[in-house]
Design a protein around this ligand. Structure first.
Ligand code: AMP
Length: 287
């Protein structure tokens, strides 16, 4: 018999806050996993880790309009609430907080969180305002769901660094855990946006991962020049006719500033468009 408590869907701020405060009042440890839904095995890995490390696990499911620019995919972003609920129930998540846009952003709301210096490079350059939207919603979720620990994926490396910085700078009483990227069998990083890919685009999308593996092997072979590594990565991606490179960068993992040489830990980060999908991936290079 299954004696695990049923998954609760919660839409109101007062209700989720009450549930979490009651748990903490009993001395329970609370883990939070923020998501935009359309859950896959990458999300599942965060939820499983949270389940193993906490008494109460809360997933949030909110497609945050503030982090989409006009013309981006907010309206067609996949929404699969029923399957998301099944995945969460199977992992043993206690509650899904799924607020409406009106609940999160009443008409008068206008406060924004900007993690300056980290938010305008890499993805921030082609998606202006994106990370202001991310930081704002994550701070709101931390305040609404006062958890002990929150889990984020390293697949969104810049996002993870921005959230770590925000937590440190604003003295937020929450621990951040970063989790490794979960991949498809051929290496493509799992993403809700992979559903946008046609069969041909999906086959060619492995180029992101291959370019990162190439960077790894070049560094392992003694190459230190970021320019030469980036050039080889670009050629790998451009060999796929459906790929449109947004950026190929080698950056310092803390500052996200361009690294001219791979003399210490360096993150290779790529963003590539395939048709209507913009895919990102990254890999830590250690000389
Ligand atoms: P999203 O729903 O895309 O906003 O992602 C919610 C969380 O899941 C973020 O912390 C992501 O970094 C993380 N995530 C997304 N894809 C993956 C993946 N393939 N592996 C690990 N974590 C992931």
């Amino acid at each position: 018999v299954d004696d695990s408590p049923p998954l609760r869907w919660i839409h109101s701020i007062d209700e989720i806050r009450g549930l979490v405060n009651a748990a903490r009042g009993r001395g329970e440890r609370v883990g939070l996993v923020p998501t935009m839904g359309a859950l896959h095995d990458g999300h599942r890995s965060l939820l499983v880790r949270a389940r193993g490390e906490n008494d109460l696990v809360v997933a949030t499911l909110f497609v945050n309009p503030l982090q989409f620019a006009p013309g981006e995919d907010f309206h067609r972003y996949p929404r699969t609430e029923q399957q998301d609920g099944e995945l969460c129930a199977a992992v043993g998540v206690n509650a899904i907080f799924a607020p409406s846009v009106e609940t999160m952003y009443p008409p008068a709301s206008c406060t924004r969180v900007q993690v300056t210096g980290l938010e305008d490079r890499l993805c921030g350059r082609s998606r202006p305002g994106h990370f202001v939207g991310v930081a704002t919603v994550v701070l709101k979720l931390f305040n609404i769901v006062p958890a002990d620990v929150a889990y984020f994926g390293l697949k969104d490396f810049q996002q993870a660094k921005i959230i770590e910085r925000m937590v440190a700078d604003l003295n937020l009483p929450i621990a951040i855990r970063l989790c490794p990227t979960v991949r498809e069998a051929d290496g493509l990083a799992m993403s809700s946006r992979n559903r946008y890919l046609t069969v041909d685009e999906r086959a060619q999308a492995v180029a992101l991962y291959q370019s990162l593996q190439l960077a790894r092997s070049l560094v392992a072979g003694g190459e230190r020049s970021a320019e030469r590594i980036r050039d080889r990565m670009r050629r790998t991606i451009e060999s796929r006719p459906l790929a449109r490179i947004d950026y190929v960068e080698l950056v310092d993992p803390q500052t996200l500033e361009a690294a001219p040489e791979v003399t210490g830990p360096t993150v290779a980060a790529v963003a590539v468009r395939f048709g209507g999908a913009r895919l990102i991936d990254n890999e830590l290079l250690v000389p």
